[in-house]
Design a protein around this ligand. Sequence first.
Ligand code: AMP
Length: 216
Amino acid sequence: MKLNIILMGPPGAGKGTLAKQLKSEFNLAHISTGDMFRDAIKAGTELGKLAQSYIDEGHLVPDEVTIGLVKERLSNKDCENGFLLDGFPRTIPQAEALQELSKEIQRPIEVVINLSCDNNELVRRISGRRVCKVCGAPYHIDSAKPKIEGKCDLCGGELIQRKDDNEESLKVRLGDYNLKTKPLLDYYSNLGLLKSFNSLQGKESLFDEVKLFLKS
Ligand code: AMP
């Protein structure tokens, strides 16, 4: 079974949703650098202040900051049973740092799951995305409505639109994805670790496919 996993794909491909499903199925540590930055922003830490200026504009947070954050997190005890990296690495230097680190701590990356999705669908998903302010659960204004408008089904928290889920930031994020993150597909393919899935299918059938693959 493969349990040290990287989830890759453009913004809106469904990494966060799949990560939550896999986390509870296999009891894995879910490491989302985006969530870690958003928590730091909420808490008003120095890291949060630094990250906010990049995130709000849709730019990537500098490599040295992001790598430092993941280094600390991956050494935690809860990663012993396996981990899911969601949104990291996003650049070649991040991937190289991760290769070194994962060897050092003897938790090698076993598989890279790539979610592919077409551009129009990404724009539709991101522009209609809403998230719970309290627990982070994802919704969509057309295709994943909550039972009560504006309220999270799970915890009753307020649903909000992420500041960086607007058209301008999305353009920058997709541009950065194509330029800086897409080359990682070749990088991991050359290491024999890449497995791609079509994320246009429903989230339950995608989860079933990935589950089957991980167990094989
Ligand atoms: P996400 O929730 O994964 O979409 O991430 C939200 C934002 O956090 C991104 O648009 C970046 O500004 C920042 N971020 C998250 N992960 C990384 C990373 N690996 N490298 C640089 N910036 C990141």
